[in-house]
Write a protein of this length. Sequence first.
Length: 185
Amino acid sequence: MSDDNNNTERKRPNILVTGTPGVGKTATASLIAEKIGLKHINVGEVIKQHKCYEGHDAELDTHILDEDKLLDLMENMFQDCADENVGIVADYHSCELFPERWFDLVLVLRTSTENLFDRLTDREYSEKKRSENLEAEIMQVVLEEARESYDLEIVQEVQSNTVEDMESNVERCRVWMEQWIANNS
Ligand code: DAT
């Protein structure tokens, strides 16, 4: 793998927005992309579009992710963006599978149980899937995963309960990105 897009070489930073399904990753990441000029990669969509599956788990009724295929595809996307001096904001409900060097900021979104319950109900999740995700949010599974997978200094836990929270998270990224560019130019 080339080192060209590690963070000592890149001219623009990459952000990962992560958290339990329903916390607002895709909504927040697309607003970050729009407001501060990063390329949005919705990892779930990449998986679907390119059929990054290596089978189906009948018991859980989910596809089994072909991680190698996904990471190869994403590596190319990250390399292309680095070559064009474009930063990336990626969103996904897990974070440990990605190479650490891809990201300069890992934003972990958090939501109250009440909000998450309503959002997952609106999505028509089954009761089982909804309670699994609510439990994961309460147990802060993704936050712990982020803390174990990335430098603690780049992991930021933020609330995502209201539209105001979302706007303040986008603003936080804008300020952070200006500082990153100043420090790395
Ligand atoms: P995720 O990508 O984490 O699964 P999403 O971005 O699809 O979540 O958002 C799920 C729903 O919740 C969607 O209808 C938008 C809404 N939502 C997300 N973040 C929000 C926030 N901070 N305030 C209000 N609504 C929010």
